[in-house]
Design a protein around this ligand. Structure first.
Ligand SMILES: NC(=O)c1ccc[n+]([C@@H]2O[C@H](COP(=O)([O-])OP(=O)(O)OC[C@H]3O[C@@H](n4cnc5c(N)ncnc54)[C@H](O)[C@@H]3O)[C@@H](O)[C@H]2O)c1
Length: 273
């Protein structure tokens, strides 16, 4: 996310949620979602479950995770920290053991870290914490999940990894250097991994949204900023829809790319016409 409001006009969100006619071919597949206790991870878990995906949910917040699980049929709840390799290994083992196979991994766990500070005022521990969750967390989860993803892809030729990056990978708001750097690293992590996995049947893509109304962004910007925002805001469910599409075999030709979901902000030059 970025924290600078702007005068760009928001495109209204669609009313209601009309039944999607497109069969996403996800019914009966399986997925592990990190950061599933809140925000985009929770919305993604609910959206995948609605498509008939059996989900395993990983987050360090166990009580909030159970609330997500209550909205999903037969969800597996895995309480753990994505920066702790032993906990990640145990969670992935439990997910594969319970689900029987693993067709998709969605990495949503993330933190903002210090917001509003110049780098002279940022402690090394805070910098490291941001990279530990936002980058190393994805590395650990995928390192341990890849054998199961490879096995699934060898049967279905269709396994998918989706990483939640941010428009902060390509544009920056002041005072967010660690977060921006971590999200740029995550984008290139995903692109490079897609190259390593070429031909395996496992696709890797990133989603890079601008501001999404979640506890994270409300914590960074203050809830009052969302009362009458002068900047476009997405819902977590809207971002989850991007993720669901990228998980689906409907997007089988989409690999090694980043879905920049920012209302077109990054495309616009600051120069006058
Ligand atoms: N909200 C936005 O505006 C926005 C915009 C672009 C990208 N994103 C990214 O989307 C992802 C989800 O963000 P969100 O807005 O839903 O945030 P959120 O704070 O609502 O949810 C993040 C979840 O990650 C979990 N988490 C954090 N550290 C963890 C760890 N070490 N181990 C396990 N779980 C951990 C939290 O407990 C929480 O449930 C993040 O990667 C974020 O950077 C958010």
């Amino acid at each position: 996310m970025t924290t600078s409001p702007s005068s760009r006009a928001a495109i209204p969100a669609p009313d209601g949620s009309p039944k999607d006619d497109m069969d996403l071919q996800l019914d009966g597949t399986t997925a592990l979602i990190t950061g599933a206790a809140s925000g985009i991870g929770r919305a993604t878990a609910l959206a995948l479950a609605t498509e008939g995906v059996r989900v395993a949910l990983l987050d360090r917040d166990g009580s909030a995770l159970k609330e997500t699980a209550n909205g999903c049929r037969d969800a597996l709840v895995l309480v753990g920290d994505v920066t702790d390799e032993d906990q990640v290994a145990a969670a992935v083992d439990a997910a594969v053991g319970s689900l029987g196979r693993l067709d998709a991994v969605v990495c949503c766990a993330g933190i903002s870290g210090p917001v509003g500070s110049g780098i002279e005022d940022i402690e090394l521990a805070d910098w490291n914490a941001v990279f530990a969750v936002n980058v190393t967390g994805a590395f650990l989860v995928l390192t341990h999940a890849l054998p199961a993803l490879r096995a699934a892809a060898s049967v279905s030729s269709s396994a998918s990894v989706v990483l939640l990056a941010s428009d902060s990978a390509v544009v920056a708001s002041p005072g967010m250097v660690p977060y921006c750097a971590s999200k740029a690293a995550l984008v290139q992590f995903g692109r490079a991994l897609s190259v390593d996995l070429a031909g395996s049947g496992i696709r890797v893509n990133t989603v890079a949204p601008s501001i999404v109304d979640t506890p994270m962004s409300r914590g960074d910007l203050g809830s009052a900023a969302f009362d009458d925002p002068g900047f476009p805001v997405q819902t977590a469910a809207e971002v989850a829809a991007h993720v669901v599409y990228l998980v689906s075999p409907r997007s089988r030709a989409v690999n090694g790319t980043t879905l920049l979901s920012d209302f077109g902000y990054a495309a616009r030059s600051g120069s006058p016409a």
